[in-house]
Design a protein around this ligand. Structure first.
Ligand SMILES: Cc1cc2nc3c(=O)[nH]c(=O)nc-3n(C[C@H](O)[C@H](O)[C@H](O)COP(=O)(O)OP(=O)(O)OC[C@H]3O[C@@H](n4cnc5c(N)ncnc54)[C@H](O)[C@@H]3O)c2cc1C
Length: 362
């Protein structure tokens, strides 16, 4: 029998979840093999925004303080290690639509809970070129964007150089899993970690998970918008490079066609017009599926029957901010056996009943 190449972990999927987790484990001196392909890549489409205050009624993200300080640390460290720029801390500006809204935010900014994320409140136009904000707006901090494609390419190159990356679609029927080892072709490892995004429905070990695709479309446009701020009100404009912006995104649960749509294009154009008065040219339109969960929390942890088969998924609409957070939780658990206090809230065990239901039906 030929000798196996031995790793601590095989990681399947090199989107944000797999890339961040692979680097996190690598930094803890674990030997990982990252297996990835370029199909159905939500992370490639993502505008990469991170923002602790989101939603229609603007609420603070769950565990925002921890998540946002963690992501700053993680991506800054990764930039230094890779010698590449992909992390762009930058304020987000949200124009007000009413005086009531102005007042509400003046009130909120007095509370220390909110103040840590508020840079400034404008009660009249902030003077951002081309932005419709007669009533002023809210300037947020601890915000910005990750250039996801540059980041994932950097991670890929990092592991290629170490001969720890395989461009490959893992074939589940070629995987041999026993209680103490994982064997896949010439590779052997202690554990396997699946980070497959919405493709998880094809995985016989985790196809019972309630990961639902939430389709989104984005536009890439040329325009003269401000490049030192991200304008965000119903639509965001992320300054990807000089004169080039990513606009997004739509949220579609019904039409799950794997294609861009006229409806998506019109919706984004309409929303852009509401907050920006500048001309622009559309240079690209893209679509992707966000891997969402019913309780909007990520899913990490062990398979109900095999404790060496692990999942890291369900990053939903917030992959950039959640990936470092869940990777740290998972790495602490895998490497040190420690369940940090927030682990239980994202533990896959909350869905084990779905697994047993599926098993009993067979
Ligand atoms: C339009 C849009 C805009 C978004 N904007 C933002 C944003 O601004 N900020 C933000 O934080 N998030 C955003 N998101 C959400 C973000 O993209 C996701 O949360 C995140 O990318 C999910 O990452 P993932 O690695 O779990 O999944 P994916 O990116 O889907 O990666 C999974 C990877 O695993 C691979 N894979 C699956 N099965 C196998 C197999 N058998 N073998 C090998 N590889 C396999 C897939 O091909 C894929 O490459 C957006 C999403 C969309 C669609």
């Amino acid at each position: 029998m030929s000798e196996k190449k031995v790793f601590d972990y095989l990681i399947v999927g090199s989107g944000l979840a797999g890339s961040v987790l692979a680097f996190e484990l690598d930094q803890r001196r674990k030997r990982v093999l990252l297996i990835g392909n370029k199909q159905n890549h939500s992370s490639v489409i993502a505008a990469g925004l991170f923002n602790p205050i989101t939603g229609k009624v603007l609420s603070k993200t769950w565990q925002a303080e921890e998540i946002f300080s963690q992501l700053q640390r993680f991506y800054s460290h990764a930039e230094r290690e890779m010698g590449q720029k992909f992390f762009y801390p930058m304020p987000i500006y949200r124009p007000f639509l009413s005086v009531e809204e102005q007042n509400e935010w003046m009130g909120k900014s007095a509370s220390p809970d909110w103040a840590i994320f508020i840079e400034k409140i404008y009660t009249k136009s902030g003077g951002w070129y081309g932005v419709k904000d007669l009533l002023g707006g809210l300037l947020l901090k601890q915000t910005g964007f990750l250039n996801t494609n540059v980041f994932m390419e950097a991670i890929r190159n990092y592991f290629v150089e170490k001969q720890q990356f395989q461009e490959h679609t893992l074939a589940y029927d070629k995987l041999s899993i026993t209680t103490n080892s994982i064997v896949y072709g010439e590779y052997q490892s202690e554990k396997i970690i699946f980070c497959e995004g919405t493709n998880t429905f094809q995985n016989p070990y985790f196809n019972w998970l309630p990961i639902r695709p939430l389709k989104g479309e984005t536009l890439t446009v040329q325009s003269n918008l401000p490049e030192n701020v991200i304008v965000n009100r119903g639509i965001y404009a992320v300054p990807l490079e000089k004169g080039i912006f990513k606009l997004g995104a739509t949220y579609e649960t019904k039409d799950l066609s794997q294609a861009i749509t006229i409806k998506g294009l019109e919706e984004l154009k309409e929303k852009f017009k509401e907050i920006i008065s500048l001309p622009y040219n559309v240079v690209n339109q893209e679509w992707g599926f966000r891997p969402t969960t019913p309780d909007r929390r990520p899913i990490i942890g062990e398979h109900p029957e095999y404790n060496n088969v692990i999942v890291c998924n369900g990053l939903g609409t917030k992959g950039v901010s959640l990936a470092p957070f869940v990777s740290n939780l998972l790495a602490e658990f895998l490497v040190k056996g420690i369940r940090l206090s927030t682990y239980d809230a994202v533990d896959v065990s909350r869905y084990y009943s779905l697994y047993w239901k599926a098993v009993n039906k067979r």
